[in-house]
Ligand binder design. Sequence first.
Ligand SMILES: Cc1cc2nc3c(=O)[nH]c(=O)nc-3n(C[C@H](O)[C@H](O)[C@H](O)COP(=O)(O)O)c2cc1C
Length: 185
Amino acid sequence: MKVTGIVGSPRAAGVTTALVEKALQGARETGAETVLFNIQEAGIGGCMACYTCKDTGVCRQDDGMSQIYDALRSSSAVVIGTPVYMFTVTGQTKTFIDRLFPFLKPDFTSRLGSLPTLMIYTQGAPKPDAFAVAFDSIEKALSMLGLDTRRRMVAAGMSGEDLEGQGSLAGEALAAGRDLVSNSC
Ligand SMILES: Cc1cc2nc3c(=O)[nH]c(=O)nc-3n(C[C@H](O)[C@H](O)[C@H](O)COP(=O)(O)O)c2cc1C
């Protein structure tokens, strides 16, 4: 099976990337093939609201999202990592979510079906539930689009540059990636 990882942090060497990479490592250890995209690096424009995709299921824009559409269509599970920016996900992550519109059929079911999804949030605030309302809302939208959150991991109090000294977080992400595959087979 294949697992697609999506990073919504502009910092390719940041904590969010490191945790998503750990989760994908866990997925590989359980036999999955993995692929990782960084939204910022992929070059993804905002949804143009042309509604072409409603009939065709295909986005008219030809940009970094094309590869991600292909990856998602051939995946059995997904890992999405995003920092919290201004009380919600980053602009990069929101742009990615908007661009999942082609997967939404006119009857509001998903062309993707329901892919098990691991959500990883990183934030400076020390309380893991500080932005739970925003996370609930994001996951509701993702669920409608075909990405069904099976587990939410929140890395709180992330003011450092990398994962060093961040306790058990790497192990937690590794285990979550393993579980994602084990429970999706
Ligand atoms: C523009 C900006 C806005 C942020 N807003 C929040 C916020 O609202 N709440 C919070 O807890 N942390 C906030 N942070 C901190 C990041 O969420 C945190 O440092 C995160 O771990 C960064 O992930 P990265 O290492 O992948 O870049 C913000 C950081 C930036 C750069």
